[in-house]
Write a protein that binds this ligand. Structure first.
Ligand code: ADP
Ligand code: MG
Length: 276
């Protein structure tokens, strides 16, 4: 059976997210940063969600996880294994079947040693041993386990975050910008780890602005701009001059990368906060 015949693990359709805000004291207005997003992820597949800063990548992740702020108004459909992902199911599955690797290291508790934080959610009798294995896997020395987040470097904190987020039995991994501030060896380790999840049958949503790293592991790339899905293409279409890509926007984005033509005009239009 090919991908299109199977029920996707996750399917987001026509997602809209707005926020009600008060201004001048009592007047209310609604802003709508997400206007029309769609994406689907199958078992064993890695879909990279790429887009400039502010395009709505984290909101997409937060909508799937059910962790949008209280003033958010969310419309559209989110299906998980063919059934609607209701708020109740989101709570049930979050941190278990659906694992989240957040963007900010501020998700870590500043008052708890990092080793303890990695042990949360692990079975008690095995927790210490598992934590040690995870530390080893993420290139963290065992003697850092008693340290507090402020005592660790940014790259180490990212790896701790990864170790706290990933549990056995996970079917969908949502990684929000897991790579910034990470040294190259750990970067490749993290990409490898995400790949391993997919090889074991999990679906992976890799949110990033780093197109080249995403292409190392992604099966498909979803390009989003100003809260809309512009294009979803096979990763293999990102090659040459982008002849296989569907939209002019994505083609220009691709060609603006330093590795390609370094399209200065597109850069000057501000189209490529995405490009290093
Ligand atoms: N709580 C919020 N209230 C109002 N606007 C928000 C809120 N969170 C995010 N936004 C807006 O939504 C847009 C998309 O945000 P986000 O998903 O964080 O972008 P990305 O992760 O792609 O950088 C941004 O313009 C941001 O200002
Ligand atoms: Mg973000």
């Amino acid at each position: 059976m090919n991908r299109t015949e199977k029920t996707p693990l996750l399917e987001v359709k026509k997602l809209e997210i707005g926020f009600t805000q008060y201004f001048k004291g009592t007047q209310k207005r609604t802003i709508k940063p997400i206007a029309d997003l769609h994406v689907d992820i199958h078992e064993g597949e890695i879909v990279a969600v790429v887009g400039a800063s502010g395009s709505g990548k984290s909101l997409l992740a937060h909508a799937v996880l059910g962790i949008l702020p209280g003033n958010a108004i969310c419309k559209g459909q989110i299906m998980y294994c063919g059934e609607e992902l209701t708020d109740e199911r989101k709570i049930q599955l979050r941190g278990k079947e659906i694992s989240f690797i957040p963007q900010s290291v501020n998700y870590l508790d500043p008052l708890m040693p990092v080793g303890k934080q990695v042990q949360i959610g692990l079975e008690k009798s095995q927790a210490k041993k598992k934590q040690q294995e995870l530390f080893c896997q993420y290139d963290l020395q065992e003697n850092t386990s008693n340290l507090f987040p402020y005592e660790l470097s940014g790259g180490m904190l990212r790896r701790v975050l990864f170790a706290t987020s990933v549990r056995e039995g996970v079917r969908l991994v949502i990684a929000d910008e897991p790579t910034p501030g990470i040294h190259p060896q750990a970067l490749s380790e993290i990409l490898k780890q995400l790949k391993k999840f997919a090889d074991a049958g999990a679906g992976v949503m890799l949110i990033t602005h780093d197109i080249m790293s995403a292409l190392e592991i992604a099966d498909r790339m979803a390009v989003i701009k100003d809260g809309r899905t512009v294009e979803i293409s096979e990763a293999s279409a990102f090659e040459g001059k982008g002849e296989g890509l569907q939209t002019d926007y994505t083609r220009r984005l691709w060609r603006a990368l330093p590795q390609n033509d370094f399209d200065l005009e597109f850069r000057a239009e501000g189209g490529t906060e995405l490009c290093p």
